[in-house]
Design a binder for this molecule. Structure first.
Ligand code: AKB
Length: 342
């Protein structure tokens, strides 16, 4: 039997590159990608076909679907939270209309194949909105169904698209009694802030963690846009990709929901700075909080309750904070920039 074809949108982004690497190593899928910018040569070599284009281009998506029997979609393309506040209308177009185009394409493909296309959608901690820092501290870990009152366009977009995915999976064309075999199979993860040793994110508000680390490794000063007490959960990129792949491969009958929190460790900006300084003693990290970006981070919970993911499909991060820094972030980043350290 030939290997299933997987479509990855936003493949040239942070998560995308690590996912391509992982799927190449696994060797169980044939990968087709679409991204606004062409993939570097190394990643192109991992793919059956790569398309440089916009997910807003319905014609391009139809072309891709016509040429490949897509059985899985990882829809990673998105405009993140800070970028989304700079251009909320564009964020809505990309994050909501773009997702709708992909869902429509995957739905048509499910009907054509006669079996549900698996649609994996990374959602975010940004779907939550804590009303105050006091409440955030008091609440600690949030469950999926609580505090769903985001304060960013990106958070609103992600929350709505989770609902769209659930709708397409369970109710699409319910008046015409479409069989569930012809509907898609949407599965979503709510990620915390992600930290990769390979790439620096752009346009997000959890970016202070990775930015601090990458600046120190390159010997550059870093001015952090949130205060040292700002605290949210984070996850090392390899765990994020593991979560995506495990959710894809989870037995449908085990899934009690379409949306799952996944979490790993919670650290304040000050704690991350201390860890970075311990590895790069020359690191020049200062704090100059930006009022709006700080407010966004303060609206995100300190931690996410991921017990549902653990119970349903065996989620368990491989990296706690010690291991993430000692075994993944610091050694990989040193290799990347050739940096010297303690
Ligand atoms: C962002 O900062 O916007 C993203 C996210 C938390 O989803 N990294």
């Amino acid at each position: 039997m030939s290997k299933p074809v997987v479509l990855v949108t936003g493949a040239n982004g942070e998560i995308g590159r690590t996912l391509l690497q992982r799927m190449h190593t696994d060797g169980r899928y044939r990968v087709v990608t679409v991204d606004l910018t062409p993939l570097p040569e190394k990643y192109r070599g991992f793919c059956l076909e790569t398309y440089a284009g916009n997910i807003m281009d319905r014609y391009l998506l139809d072309q891709i679907a016509a040429h490949h029997e897509i059985e899985v979609v990882f829809h990673l393309a998105a405009l993140l939270s800070t970028r989304g506040e700079r251009d909320p209308e564009l964020a809505h177009q990309v994050n909501v209309e773009g997702t709708l185009h992909l869902l429509r394409m995957a739905q048509n493909q499910s009907a054509r194949l006669g079996r549900p296309v698996r649609f994996i959608f990374p959602s975010s901690i940004a779907v939550y909105g804590m009303p105050s820092v006091d409440e955030k501290k008091k609440v600690g870990r949030v469950r999926e169904q609580d505090w769903n009152v985001p304060i960013t366009m990106y958070g609103c977009n992600k929350l709505y698209c989770e609902h769209l995915g659930r709708y397409f999976t369970q109710y699409f064309r319910q008046l015409s009694a479409l069989s569930s075999a012809a509907r898609l199979d949407f599965r979503s993860l709510r990620f915390p802030g992600l930290i990769s040793a390979e790439t620096v994110p752009t346009g997000g508000t959890s970016d202070f963690g990775p930015e601090m680390l990458h600046a120190a490794a390159q010997g550059q000063p870093y001015e952090c846009f949130v205060g040292p007490d700002a605290k949210i959960p984070f996850m090392a990129m390899p765990d994020a990709v593991t979560a995506l792949v495990h959710l894809l491969e989870a037995d449908r009958s085990k899934l009690t929901e379409t949306v799952y929190n996944v979490s790993s460790f919670s650290e304040s900006a000050g704690q991350i700075a201390d860890r970075v300084r311990a590895s790069f003693p020359g690191a020049q990290i200062s704090f100059k909080p930006d009022a709006v970006r700080s407010k966004i981070v303060d609206s995100w919970p300190e931690d996410m309750d991921d017990s549902r993911a653990r119970a349903d499909w065996g989620w368990k991060p491989a990296y706690d904070v010690e291991r993430a820094f000692a075994e993944y972030l610091i050694p990989t980043i040193r290799k990347r920039y050739g940096a010297r350290s303690a």
